[in-house]
Design a protein around this ligand. Structure first.
Ligand SMILES: N[C@@H](CCC(=O)N[C@@H](CS)C(=O)NCC(=O)O)C(=O)O
Length: 253
């Protein structure tokens, strides 16, 4: 659980579940799917990342990294999407989204979290997002003042101003993704879901990753089990309402 003491105290007054999220954000998709699977009511606070609505004093006062998603549960602020979905399943246990083998399930969540900055973010920015999200000089100055997280500063400096991602950044990201999707492909052999017969947080963690990376043109031709898994989850209401309602087609972003 990653709980934040916000400097923007307005959120501490919130009652019930509130989600700050982005339509095109794979990390936000995880939390939306989980809330829908659980049948929980939540108040939506959408932020348009392409309009840089996350880069404000108000939002950095809630999420100190300026990232979506942020969940506020009765005034308590939670960040980190994989921790949020784990928290939601523990706090609102019905229906359960937990595998019998909790350790193995959590490894999938930790893996998704671990590859976010080294692989997912550079792949998505290099293929699609970076040119659409260029900051003006003024916006860059604002970001540099607000952002204290060095890993995120380093990442965003790679496409600041006239700069763009190097081929080596992209190749490294693609190699990490290929290794992880190969592990997923092998795991899904003979299984409906990542952990077997039950749909769990492991699927919820990886479905949005598949959705955005596929939308960025990654070739899933040699991953038949992943394509079958994708067809199965595409029929779920939580996918239609948690992903497609907000972002009908990532390749069109
Ligand atoms: N580890 C974080 C990563 C969150 C993250 O990077 N969110 C992206 C959208 S998926 C974002 O807010 N990007 C805006 C930015 O980098 O400034 C989590 O899992 O919640």
């Amino acid at each position: 659980m990653v709980v934040i003491v916000p400097t923007n105290k307005s959120v501490t007054e919130f009652e019930g579940l509130h989600l700050y999220h982005g339509a095109i954000s794979n990390c936000s998709m995880r939390v939306r799917i989980t809330l829908i699977e659980k049948g929980l009511d939540w108040e939506s606070h959408p932020l348009d990342l392409l309009k840089k609505e996350n880069i404000t004093d108000e939002y950095f006062g809630i999420n100190p990294n300026g990232l979506v998603p942020t969940l506020v549960d009765n005034g308590v602020v939670h960040i980190e999407s994989n921790d949020i979905i784990d928290y939601l399943d523990e706090t609102y246990p019905e229906p359960s989204l937990r595998a019998e083998n909790n350790d193995e399930m959590m490894e999938w969540l930790h893996l998704a979290a671990a590859i976010h900055v080294p692989a997912c973010k550079p792949y998505v920015y290099a293929t699609k997002i970076a040119p659409k999200i260029k900051k003006t000089k003024k916006e860059q100055e604002k970001y540099d003042t607000l952002q204290k997280n060095q890993e995120l500063k380093d990442f965003h400096s790679k496409h600041a101003g006239d700069k763009s991602f190097q081929t080596s950044d992209f190749d490294k990201a693609k190699a990490i993704l290929a290794a992880c999707f190969t592990k997923l492909e092998v795991t899904l052999e003979g299984r409906e879901w990542i952990m077997g017969d039950k749909f769990t947080l492991a699927d919820i963690s990886w479905i949005p990753l598949f959705f955005v990376i596929d939308g960025c043109g990654f070739d899933f031709g040699s991953y038949p089990n992943i394509r079958r898994w994708a067809t199965t989850f595409k029929a779920k209401k939580s996918y239609q309402e948690g992903v497609l309602k907000w972002c009908p087609d990532f390749s069109q972003v």
